[in-house]
Design a protein around this ligand. Sequence first.
Ligand SMILES: *Cc1c(COP(=O)(O)O)cnc(C)c1O
Length: 345
Amino acid sequence: MIELRSDTFTLPTPAMRDAMVRAPLGDDVYAEDPTVRELEELAASTLGKQAACLTPSGTMANLATIMAHAPRGAAMLVGAESDIYIYEAGGAAVCGGVTYLPVPNQPDGRLLLTDLAAGFPDDPDDPQFAVPALICLENTQNRCGGVILPLAYLAEVRRFADERGVPVHLDGARIFNAAVGSGVDVAEIARHADSVQFCLSKGLGAPIGSVVVGDADLIERVRRVRKMLGGGMRQAGIIAAAGIIAIREHGRLAEDHANARRLAEGLATIDGIEVDPASVQTNIVMFRVPEHRLTRARFLAEAHAAGVALAELGHGRVRAVTHSGVAGADVDRALTVIDAVLNGR
Ligand SMILES: *Cc1c(COP(=O)(O)O)cnc(C)c1O
Protein backbone atom coordinates (compact mmCIF):
# COMPACT_ATOMS: atom_id res chain seq x y z
CA MET A 1 0.00 0.00 0.00
CA ILE A 2 1.24 3.48 -0.84
CA GLU A 3 0.07 5.24 2.31
CA LEU A 4 -0.80 8.86 1.55
CA ARG A 5 -3.56 9.37 4.13
CA SER A 6 -1.31 10.91 6.75
CA ASP A 7 2.26 11.39 7.94
CA THR A 8 1.15 9.76 11.21
CA PHE A 9 1.69 6.40 9.44
CA THR A 10 5.47 6.82 9.59
CA LEU A 11 7.31 3.97 11.31
CA PRO A 12 10.39 4.47 13.49
CA THR A 13 13.72 4.01 11.70
CA PRO A 14 16.16 1.23 12.68
CA ALA A 15 18.27 3.90 14.44
CA MET A 16 15.22 4.96 16.47
CA ARG A 17 14.42 1.37 17.42
CA ASP A 18 18.01 0.86 18.47
CA ALA A 19 18.01 4.04 20.58
CA MET A 20 14.73 2.95 22.20
CA VAL A 21 16.28 -0.35 23.26
CA ARG A 22 19.37 1.31 24.72
CA ALA A 23 17.84 4.44 26.31
CA PRO A 24 18.68 5.05 29.97
CA LEU A 25 15.36 5.19 31.85
CA GLY A 26 13.84 6.45 35.10
CA ASP A 27 10.48 7.55 36.44
CA ASP A 28 9.59 10.70 34.55
CA VAL A 29 6.79 11.68 36.94
CA TYR A 30 9.68 12.12 39.42
CA ALA A 31 11.56 13.96 36.62
CA GLU A 32 14.15 11.19 36.79
CA ASP A 33 14.10 9.79 33.28
CA PRO A 34 17.39 11.01 31.77
CA THR A 35 16.28 10.38 28.19
CA VAL A 36 13.08 12.43 28.61
CA ARG A 37 15.14 15.22 30.16
CA GLU A 38 17.54 15.12 27.24
CA LEU A 39 14.64 15.29 24.78
CA GLU A 40 13.03 18.19 26.64
CA GLU A 41 16.32 20.11 26.79
CA LEU A 42 16.92 19.49 23.09
CA ALA A 43 13.37 20.61 22.21
CA ALA A 44 13.60 23.77 24.32
CA SER A 45 16.98 24.78 22.91
CA THR A 46 16.04 23.93 19.32
CA LEU A 47 12.90 26.09 19.51
CA GLY A 48 14.63 28.80 21.54
CA LYS A 49 12.48 28.48 24.68
CA GLN A 50 13.34 27.99 28.37
CA ALA A 51 11.64 24.68 28.98
CA ALA A 52 9.73 21.77 27.43
CA CYS A 53 7.30 19.04 28.43
CA LEU A 54 6.76 15.70 26.64
CA THR A 55 3.14 14.60 26.22
CA PRO A 56 1.60 11.42 24.76
CA SER A 57 -0.12 13.28 21.89
CA GLY A 58 -0.53 16.62 20.17
CA THR A 59 -4.13 16.74 21.37
CA MET A 60 -3.01 16.54 24.99
CA ALA A 61 -0.17 19.00 24.34
CA ASN A 62 -2.64 21.57 23.01
CA LEU A 63 -5.18 20.93 25.78
CA ALA A 64 -2.66 21.08 28.65
CA THR A 65 -1.19 24.29 27.21
CA ILE A 66 -4.58 25.94 26.69
CA MET A 67 -5.50 25.08 30.29
CA ALA A 68 -2.15 26.40 31.52
CA HIS A 69 -2.80 29.72 29.73
CA ALA A 70 -6.54 30.25 30.23
CA PRO A 71 -8.71 29.91 33.37
CA ARG A 72 -12.18 28.32 33.42
CA GLY A 73 -14.75 30.63 31.89
CA ALA A 74 -12.18 32.23 29.58
CA ALA A 75 -12.55 32.42 25.80
CA MET A 76 -9.91 31.81 23.13
CA LEU A 77 -9.60 32.79 19.49
CA VAL A 78 -8.92 29.79 17.27
CA GLY A 79 -9.00 29.06 13.54
CA ALA A 80 -12.28 27.62 12.26
CA GLU A 81 -10.21 25.18 10.15
CA SER A 82 -7.76 24.37 12.94
CA ASP A 83 -7.06 20.97 14.47
CA ILE A 84 -7.82 22.42 17.91
CA TYR A 85 -11.30 23.46 16.81
CA ILE A 86 -12.19 20.53 14.56
CA TYR A 87 -10.38 17.38 15.68
CA GLU A 88 -9.75 17.60 19.42
CA ALA A 89 -13.13 16.55 20.79
CA GLY A 90 -13.87 19.94 22.33
CA GLY A 91 -11.33 19.29 25.08
CA ALA A 92 -10.72 22.96 25.90
CA ALA A 93 -14.44 23.36 26.63
CA VAL A 94 -15.04 19.95 28.23
CA CYS A 95 -11.95 19.78 30.43
CA GLY A 96 -10.86 23.40 30.63
CA GLY A 97 -14.15 25.29 30.66
CA VAL A 98 -12.74 27.46 27.86
CA THR A 99 -15.08 28.80 25.15
CA TYR A 100 -13.93 28.58 21.52
CA LEU A 101 -14.25 31.76 19.46
CA PRO A 102 -13.71 30.43 15.92
CA VAL A 103 -12.17 32.83 13.40
CA PRO A 104 -12.21 32.05 9.65
CA ASN A 105 -8.94 30.79 8.17
CA GLN A 106 -8.03 32.51 4.92
CA PRO A 107 -7.03 30.11 2.09
CA ASP A 108 -3.39 30.88 2.98
CA GLY A 109 -4.04 29.80 6.57
CA ARG A 110 -3.99 33.23 8.22
CA LEU A 111 -6.54 34.56 10.70
CA LEU A 112 -7.02 38.20 9.69
CA LEU A 113 -6.17 40.74 12.37
CA THR A 114 -9.52 42.42 11.71
CA ASP A 115 -11.27 39.12 12.47
CA LEU A 116 -9.17 38.62 15.61
CA ALA A 117 -9.96 42.19 16.68
CA ALA A 118 -13.68 41.51 16.22
CA GLY A 119 -13.38 38.86 18.92
CA PHE A 120 -12.56 41.52 21.50
CA PRO A 121 -15.51 43.40 23.03
CA ASP A 122 -15.71 47.16 22.47
CA ASP A 123 -15.97 47.64 26.20
CA PRO A 124 -13.74 45.16 28.01
CA ASP A 125 -15.36 46.09 31.32
CA ASP A 126 -18.84 45.00 30.17
CA PRO A 127 -19.41 41.83 32.23
CA GLN A 128 -21.53 40.25 29.47
CA PHE A 129 -18.48 39.64 27.27
CA ALA A 130 -15.48 37.40 27.78
CA VAL A 131 -12.22 39.07 26.83
CA PRO A 132 -10.22 36.48 24.87
CA ALA A 133 -7.49 35.03 27.09
CA LEU A 134 -5.54 33.28 24.31
CA ILE A 135 -4.93 33.33 20.56
CA CYS A 136 -4.18 29.98 18.88
CA LEU A 137 -2.51 29.69 15.48
CA GLU A 138 -1.56 26.57 13.50
CA ASN A 139 1.64 26.27 11.43
CA THR A 140 1.72 24.56 9.03
CA GLN A 141 -2.03 24.84 8.61
CA ASN A 142 -3.20 21.31 7.78
CA ARG A 143 -6.70 21.91 6.40
CA CYS A 144 -5.48 24.78 4.23
CA GLY A 145 -3.11 22.37 2.46
CA GLY A 146 -0.10 22.42 4.79
CA VAL A 147 0.59 26.09 4.07
CA ILE A 148 3.23 28.01 6.00
CA LEU A 149 2.25 31.15 7.91
CA PRO A 150 4.70 33.90 6.84
CA LEU A 151 7.10 35.18 9.51
CA ALA A 152 5.92 38.75 8.91
CA TYR A 153 2.35 37.66 9.66
CA LEU A 154 3.44 35.89 12.87
CA ALA A 155 5.18 39.12 13.91
CA GLU A 156 1.96 41.07 13.27
CA VAL A 157 -0.07 38.69 15.44
CA ARG A 158 2.62 38.93 18.12
CA ARG A 159 2.31 42.75 18.12
CA PHE A 160 -1.49 42.56 18.09
CA ALA A 161 -1.47 40.15 21.06
CA ASP A 162 1.08 42.21 23.00
CA GLU A 163 -1.05 45.33 22.59
CA ARG A 164 -3.89 43.44 24.25
CA GLY A 165 -1.82 41.53 26.79
CA VAL A 166 -2.94 38.14 25.42
CA PRO A 167 -0.62 35.13 24.97
CA VAL A 168 -0.23 33.31 21.65
CA HIS A 169 -0.16 29.50 21.43
CA LEU A 170 1.13 27.94 18.24
CA ASP A 171 -0.12 24.49 17.30
CA GLY A 172 3.06 23.59 15.47
CA ALA A 173 2.27 19.91 14.96
CA ARG A 174 4.23 20.38 11.70
CA ILE A 175 6.38 23.38 12.65
CA PHE A 176 9.50 21.58 11.39
CA ASN A 177 7.82 21.27 7.98
CA ALA A 178 7.23 25.03 8.15
CA ALA A 179 10.89 25.65 9.03
CA VAL A 180 12.29 23.36 6.33
CA GLY A 181 9.74 24.53 3.75
CA SER A 182 10.60 28.19 4.23
CA GLY A 183 14.31 27.68 4.89
CA VAL A 184 14.31 29.38 8.29
CA ASP A 185 15.44 28.18 11.70
CA VAL A 186 12.52 26.72 13.67
CA ALA A 187 13.31 29.10 16.56
CA GLU A 188 12.60 32.04 14.22
CA ILE A 189 9.02 30.76 13.91
CA ALA A 190 8.63 29.81 17.58
CA ARG A 191 9.89 33.20 18.75
CA HIS A 192 6.55 34.83 17.90
CA ALA A 193 4.57 32.50 20.21
CA ASP A 194 4.49 32.13 23.99
CA SER A 195 4.00 28.39 23.65
CA VAL A 196 4.43 25.89 20.82
CA GLN A 197 3.44 22.26 20.63
CA PHE A 198 4.95 20.03 17.96
CA CYS A 199 4.38 16.37 17.07
CA LEU A 200 7.25 13.90 17.10
CA SER A 201 4.92 11.31 15.59
CA LYS A 202 4.13 12.85 12.20
CA GLY A 203 6.72 13.67 9.54
CA LEU A 204 9.48 13.55 12.16
CA GLY A 205 8.86 9.81 12.28
CA ALA A 206 8.91 8.94 15.99
CA PRO A 207 6.20 6.48 17.07
CA ILE A 208 4.61 8.46 19.92
CA GLY A 209 4.69 11.89 21.48
CA SER A 210 4.44 15.64 21.25
CA VAL A 211 6.39 18.35 23.04
CA VAL A 212 5.24 21.70 24.44
CA VAL A 213 7.84 24.46 24.74
CA GLY A 214 7.57 27.80 26.49
CA ASP A 215 8.93 29.68 29.47
CA ALA A 216 9.66 27.80 32.69
CA ASP A 217 6.58 29.01 34.62
CA LEU A 218 4.22 28.03 31.84
CA ILE A 219 5.81 24.60 31.39
CA GLU A 220 5.48 23.96 35.13
CA ARG A 221 1.72 24.58 34.80
CA VAL A 222 1.56 22.42 31.64
CA ARG A 223 3.23 19.60 33.58
CA ARG A 224 0.62 19.82 36.33
CA VAL A 225 -2.29 19.76 33.86
CA ARG A 226 -0.64 16.89 31.99
CA LYS A 227 -0.61 14.89 35.25
CA MET A 228 -4.27 15.70 35.83
CA LEU A 229 -5.16 14.54 32.31
CA GLY A 230 -3.38 11.23 32.88
CA GLY A 231 -0.40 12.09 30.71
CA GLY A 232 2.32 11.67 33.34
CA MET A 233 4.31 8.77 31.91
CA ARG A 234 6.85 6.71 33.83
CA GLN A 235 9.74 5.20 31.80
CA ALA A 236 8.89 7.48 28.89
CA GLY A 237 12.53 7.59 27.80
CA ILE A 238 11.56 4.64 25.58
CA ILE A 239 9.63 7.03 23.35
CA ALA A 240 11.80 10.08 24.03
CA ALA A 241 14.80 8.24 22.61
CA ALA A 242 13.11 8.12 19.20
CA GLY A 243 12.05 11.75 19.59
CA ILE A 244 15.64 12.90 20.05
CA ILE A 245 16.62 11.34 16.73
CA ALA A 246 13.47 12.74 15.10
CA ILE A 247 14.40 16.30 16.06
CA ARG A 248 18.08 15.94 15.09
CA GLU A 249 17.19 14.55 11.68
CA HIS A 250 14.34 16.90 10.80
CA GLY A 251 16.23 18.08 7.70
CA ARG A 252 14.99 14.98 5.88
CA LEU A 253 11.53 16.58 5.65
CA ALA A 254 12.87 18.35 2.52
CA GLU A 255 12.54 15.01 0.70
CA ASP A 256 8.85 14.80 1.63
CA HIS A 257 8.30 18.32 0.33
CA ALA A 258 10.00 17.48 -2.97
CA ASN A 259 7.83 14.37 -3.26
CA ALA A 260 4.67 16.38 -2.55
CA ARG A 261 5.55 18.84 -5.33
CA ARG A 262 6.29 15.95 -7.68
CA LEU A 263 2.93 14.41 -6.78
CA ALA A 264 1.03 17.68 -7.32
CA GLU A 265 2.75 18.35 -10.65
CA GLY A 266 1.89 14.82 -11.79
CA LEU A 267 -1.73 15.12 -10.61
CA ALA A 268 -2.06 18.36 -12.59
CA THR A 269 -1.43 16.42 -15.80
CA ILE A 270 -4.15 13.84 -15.08
CA ASP A 271 -7.50 14.36 -16.75
CA GLY A 272 -10.19 14.60 -14.06
CA ILE A 273 -8.11 16.11 -11.24
CA GLU A 274 -8.20 19.71 -10.06
CA VAL A 275 -5.05 20.74 -8.27
CA ASP A 276 -2.82 23.80 -8.02
CA PRO A 277 0.79 22.59 -7.74
CA ALA A 278 1.92 26.13 -6.88
CA SER A 279 -0.10 25.92 -3.64
CA VAL A 280 1.99 23.02 -2.31
CA GLN A 281 4.45 24.40 0.23
CA THR A 282 5.24 21.38 2.41
CA ASN A 283 4.20 17.70 2.53
CA ILE A 284 0.44 18.05 1.97
CA VAL A 285 -1.33 18.01 -1.40
CA MET A 286 -5.01 18.91 -1.60
CA PHE A 287 -6.94 18.17 -4.77
CA ARG A 288 -10.45 17.73 -6.08
CA VAL A 289 -12.02 14.99 -8.17
CA PRO A 290 -15.14 16.49 -9.79
CA GLU A 291 -17.87 13.93 -9.42
CA HIS A 292 -19.16 13.78 -13.00
CA ARG A 293 -17.12 10.66 -13.72
CA LEU A 294 -17.31 8.72 -10.46
CA THR A 295 -18.23 9.65 -6.92
CA ARG A 296 -15.42 10.66 -4.60
CA ALA A 297 -16.20 7.69 -2.34
CA ARG A 298 -15.85 5.35 -5.33
CA PHE A 299 -12.63 7.07 -6.46
CA LEU A 300 -11.12 6.64 -2.98
CA ALA A 301 -12.26 3.01 -2.75
CA GLU A 302 -10.90 2.10 -6.20
CA ALA A 303 -7.59 3.86 -5.56
CA HIS A 304 -7.33 1.99 -2.25
CA ALA A 305 -8.10 -1.32 -3.92
CA ALA A 306 -5.33 -0.56 -6.43
CA GLY A 307 -2.83 0.17 -3.64
CA VAL A 308 -3.05 3.92 -3.00
CA ALA A 309 -4.56 5.18 0.27
CA LEU A 310 -5.86 8.77 0.16
CA ALA A 311 -7.92 10.76 2.69
CA GLU A 312 -11.24 12.52 2.28
CA LEU A 313 -10.90 15.97 3.82
CA GLY A 314 -14.40 17.43 3.56
CA HIS A 315 -15.64 20.25 1.32
CA GLY A 316 -15.04 17.89 -1.65
CA ARG A 317 -11.33 17.74 -1.08
CA VAL A 318 -8.93 14.80 -1.13
CA ARG A 319 -5.67 14.94 0.83
CA ALA A 320 -2.39 13.21 0.05
CA VAL A 321 0.46 13.50 2.55
CA THR A 322 4.05 12.51 1.80
CA HIS A 323 6.39 11.18 4.49
CA SER A 324 9.37 8.91 5.09
CA GLY A 325 7.36 5.84 4.07
CA VAL A 326 6.75 7.25 0.58
CA ALA A 327 9.67 7.22 -1.88
CA GLY A 328 9.87 9.05 -5.20
CA ALA A 329 9.08 5.78 -7.01
CA ASP A 330 5.93 5.43 -4.88
CA VAL A 331 4.79 8.88 -6.02
CA ASP A 332 5.17 7.82 -9.66
CA ARG A 333 3.32 4.57 -8.99
CA ALA A 334 0.52 6.47 -7.18
CA LEU A 335 0.13 8.77 -10.19
CA THR A 336 -0.16 5.79 -12.53
CA VAL A 337 -2.81 4.21 -10.29
CA ILE A 338 -4.83 7.42 -9.94
CA ASP A 339 -4.75 8.00 -13.71
CA ALA A 340 -5.90 4.41 -14.30
CA VAL A 341 -8.77 4.75 -11.79
CA LEU A 342 -10.01 7.94 -13.42
CA ASN A 343 -9.20 7.34 -17.08
CA GLY A 344 -8.48 3.67 -17.57
CA ARG A 345 -12.00 2.51 -18.12
C1 LIG B 1 -2.10 15.79 14.35
C2 LIG B 1 -2.34 17.18 14.81
C3 LIG B 1 -2.62 17.45 16.14
C4 LIG B 1 -2.89 16.38 17.17
O1 LIG B 1 -1.87 15.48 17.36
P1 LIG B 1 -2.22 13.99 17.89
O2 LIG B 1 -0.88 13.50 18.31
O3 LIG B 1 -2.82 13.27 16.74
O4 LIG B 1 -3.16 14.14 19.03
C5 LIG B 1 -2.77 18.76 16.51
N1 LIG B 1 -2.66 19.76 15.61
C6 LIG B 1 -2.39 19.53 14.32
C7 LIG B 1 -2.27 20.68 13.38
C8 LIG B 1 -2.22 18.24 13.87
O5 LIG B 1 -1.97 18.01 12.57
